[in-house]
Design a binder for this molecule. Sequence first.
Ligand SMILES: [Zn+2]
Length: 561
Amino acid sequence: MHDLVIRQGTVIDGTGRDRRHADIAVTGGLISAIGNDIEPGRRELDANGMIVTPGFVDIHTHYDGQATWDAQLAPSSLHGVTTAVIGNCGVGFAPVKPGTSDFLINLMEGIEDIPGTVLAEGVRFNWESFSEYMGALEAIPHALDIGTQVPHTALRFYVMGERGALHDEIPTASEIGRMGDLLEEALNAGALGFTTSRTTKHRAKDGRLVPSLSAREPELAGLALAMKRAGRGVLEVNSDFGPGEFETMEEAAALAGRPLSCLLVQVRQHPRLWRETMDWIHAMRARGMAASAQVASRGIGVMMALETTLHPFAGHPAWLEMAHLSPAERYARLKADGDLRRRLVQERYDDPVSRSVEEMLPRTFRFGSDLNYEPDPTANVVAEAAAAGKSVWAYTLELLMAEGGKGMLMHPIENYADDSLDTVREMLTDEAAVMGVADGGAHVGIICDASQPTFMLSYWGRERQRGRLPLELLVRKQTLDTAACYGLTDRGVLSPGKKADINIIDPENINLRLPEVIYDLPTGGKRIMQKAIGYRHTFVSGVETLRNDTPTGALPGRLVR
Ligand SMILES: [Zn+2]
């Protein structure tokens, strides 16, 4: 008798093949049968009218800290994700010498917007080597599986000390050798990859450029050769892809003989640069090398609300004077104090935050219950304010104060240079692209795109007025394709013998909820949370982790090695 039989669902198996009606049986944590005359199970679920998919494999998250204190790993676990890969973009928390964690915290705070106080309080740093870190993760049960990667910055700082923090410092030959040995050791212990950041977007909290930015070729070559010796691991890179950069990364991947996976977004200053990168990835593939682009399913959305980190008044002295108040007290004062509102609206300051917000406002939009991630460019807040005969400051203050002070604005900071998601569609449908910019666990006070696995199905599969995409493709992009990217051949497909990581989804009702700011991080730190509806059941290794969008509390997740 099977442990579980899921009856008569519409099976979208992750391979991209056409959907079919079938029963799926699970035994011992694995899929034991798929077909139409399956014998009874100890538990039977009627999935009629539901789609049944593999659990989503989200290869681009930053739960490196959160995973050491949090079992649930929301938001991702609320969006059908059953495997999350951490350690991306060259940042993470191992290896680390005792007493030097501040540097790694500073980088994580600067690059991924995870508050340093939260990390300093939440992460125990009771490890030194990468494999000890893996052991610490393994000691905590999780709702989903986690895969780790070795971050370049941590490796550099560990071996080079303070010099490793300076991007123009070149490691000596013996330091390169040491970094390589440590990388090889971590890969052999089960790390899934090595990640590096080569983007000027990435600065530590103290403003220093990320140290791996200009890692000279001998350093990259040393690390690539370590990957070759280990014979495993993906080379993940977050790069600006300026001149010469493609060649450098391709050479490193060729030397390693390992797959290359590149974060890919459309930047406003060079709206077609992503295409060049994609073409280069295709050329690499044509030369017989494994390469993929990690792409998003929507604009990278900066969410502005009175409680988020960035909003039109976040740099205003009158706002900063209220920094010691609780959010509720601030809102109460805003409502009661007309003079305060007048100051916020009328007194302009030339501080860096106000300046950058002012630049963002012409491309910033109301964000409400319609969850419009593809807004009409003419409906920006500057145009709407003008139409209403108000200053944009008065108008946005009104919007933020609406809904009891929970009003939201959205600024698509990347992937929206063409004022629509057509470019994202072009990326998503590219054969070299996989879903991979959800960034779960990062940018917690500014962005909440960890909900993208759900958005793939709800928006691209159903809601979009034009250019919708077939569910078969949308599922494959975040199951088989992402799993294959990391060589995780035991999951990502619904077929006998594979891990029973399964979602049962209501295709008519799957959707996002409105983002909200919650205060559940260590030290009461805030994060933007976005939940989902439409997940009837999620199983990890055959154990139910989510039922009707609510965690069951079961923690079957394991460290992937
Ligand atoms: Zn990242």
